[in-house]
Design a protein around this ligand. Structure first.
Ligand code: UDX
Ligand code: ADP
Length: 472
């Protein structure tokens, strides 16, 4: 008789207390109060922050949920082994960055964190477990986890590996988790696979209608996550490609987006032209998809998806170039104020933020950049802008090219231009007349997020440029 994995889930362990693991477990703890949820991480300071009043990530509504359940059925700890030992179900929610070295450099995912988590589970477990991949991982990495677990199994312990990709978007993680469009669970077709799938379905069924829980085989589930992100990013690159044409012809990209979005087959979401998409998922997942296609000799398919990333890079370059062009072809020594460093509003996350590329471009052209963001810590900005592995002198030189300011009015004072890189709501509330009065003239405003009222800004006196709109 084969050993069975747990049929019901009373204790959950989540390995990885990051942007995905933290909020997801907090909502499970809230919605399934009878389940004990323990989130573990190697990083002590991250765990300490989860146990404090200043959480390690900024996410609207998250603190309230954590506060409600922490110490009751939600725990954050670095005692990884104990949590693994006790759990019926283990979410693996570690980071899977794009490889920066070796085979697949620049496109394949680095699975070292996933591998070490799997090895830990194998080393510690004394009872059968359902192991769930929650990180965005390249297709067939479930197999890697399975191989590690099976090769190191303790007698009397069975595992089943499920794929349960997370579709939450940062900034709206809590509502996304509370009310998901769907939950996707992939598992093996064998008996333990199906027991695992049912057990996880039962956890989500505490608040998600069963008709919104989709079950598939493991590979379909993994590939669906990459495909969902590739399709979403593709829409942004598609509208961004049209934004270039709009600027050249006089069409307005908002009007085009509105007109095409009314076609129900197209739909209105994710059609907002911008300086370019960022975030930890889109580029990484498309590059994974490209790598996967190449691995299977599907070169045309790989080239098709690569173009979505190439267009995004083009958009960031195009926007930066237009700033320099407008400022009489030189920004050397000019103060340029950048509003927004996060990759989107309502998050302090800067991974792949378009703002970083725009600022680098402006600094390379000799501009003195002054940065304001409502949430991103100074240390993160330094981390993203300072070159790694260079001499302290080179680092100091790089640091002299930008300043970080905690007051938007101060950031813009004496600047030649304001560049909006993130769509923070507070940017719409400023007194732009006051800001204008404090700036160099002519004062320029480049809106890479389409959030400001062009006519209004023009009346104040700004020379306004907006992505996807030709201005005279
Ligand atoms: C994305 C997916 O939406 C989510 O389902 C997945 O789990 C993780 O990746 P996220 O990266 O957090 O989520 O944010 P998202 O709202 O998708 O935005 C990604 C980027 O696209 C941001 O830089 C955003 O500003 C940009 N964007 C989004 C646009 O430029 N235009 C749009 O119309 C929408
Ligand atoms: P994501 O956006 O996918 O959630 P993050 O980088 O925010 O990614 O979080 C991943 C977390 O996983 C980090 O806090 C990291 O310290 C943690 N981590 C990575 N490997 C392990 C491991 N083997 N055991 C425990 N935690 C790990």
């Amino acid at each position: 008789m084969t050993l069975s994995v747990p049929k019901t889930v009373n204790k959950i362990c989540c390995i990885g207390a990051g942007y995905v693991g933290g909020p997801t477990m907090a909502v499970i703890a809230l919605k399934a109060p009878h389940v004990q949820v323990t989130v573990v991480d190697l990083n002590q300071s991250r765990i300490d922050a989860w146990n404090s009043d200043t959480l390690p990530i900024y996410e609207p509504g998250l603190f309230e949920v954590v506060k409600e359940r922490r110490g009751k059925n939600l725990f954050f700890t670095t005692e990884i082994d104990t949590a693994i030992l006790e759990a019926d179900l283990i979410f693996v929610s570690v980071n899977t960055p794009t490889k920066t070295f070796g085979m697949g450099k620049g496109s394949a995912a680095d699975l070292k964190y996933l591998e070490s988590a799997a090895r830990r589970i194998a080393a510690v477990s004394k009872s059968s477990k359902i192991v769930v991949e929650k990180s965005t991982v390249p297709v067939k990495s479930g197999e890697a986890i399975r191989t590690i677990l099976q090769a190191n199994t303790t007698p009397g312990v069975a595992y089943t590996i499920l794929s349960n990709p997370e579709f939450l978007a940062e900034g709206t993680a809590i509502p996304d988790l509370m009310n998901p469009d769907r939950v996707l669970i992939g598992g093996d077709e064998d008996e333990n696979g199906q027991i695992g799938v049912q057990a996880l379905c039962d956890v989500y069924a505490n608040w998600v209608d069963r008709s919104n829980i989709i079950t598939t085989n493991t590979w379909s589930s993994e590939l669906s996550k990459l495909t969902a992100n590739a399709f979403l990013a593709q829409r942004i690159s598609s509208i961004n490609s049209i934004s270039a044409l709009c600027e050249a012809t006089g069409a307005d990209v908002d009007e085009v987006a509105h007109a095409i979005g009314r076609d129900q087959r197209i739909g209105s979401k994710f059609l907002k032209a911008s300086v370019g998409f960022g975030g930890s998922c889109f580029q990484k997942d498309i590059l994974n998809l490209v790598y996967l296609c190449k691995t299977y000799n599907l070169h045309e398919v790989a080239a098709y998806w690569q173009q979505v990333v190439d267009l995004n890079d083009y958009q960031k370059r195009r926007f930066s170039l237009s700033i320099v062009r407008s400022l009489f072809n030189t920004v050397t020594g000019k103060k340029i104020c950048v509003f927004g460093f996060a990759f989107k509003k309502d998050t302090g996350d800067t991974r792949e933020s378009a703002s970083i590329d725009v600022i680098q471009y402006l600094m390379d052209e000799g501009a003195a950049v002054s940065i304001y963001d409502p949430q991103v810590p100074d240390s993160q900005i330094d981390h993203d802008l300072l070159p790694v592995g260079v001499s302290p002198e080179a680092s100091d030189r790089a640091k002299s090219l930008y300043t970080i300011t905690h007051d938007p009015y101060e950031a813009a004072k004496d600047a030649h231009a304001i560049v909006v890189c993130t769509e923070w709501d507070e940017f719409k509330t400023y007194d732009y007349q006051k800001i204008y009065d404090s700036m160099y003239k002519p004062a320029f405003l480049f809106d890479g997020r389409k959030i400001l009222d062009v006519e209004e800004m023009g009346k104040i006196g700004y020379n306004v440029s907006v992505i996807g709109r030709k201005l005279h």
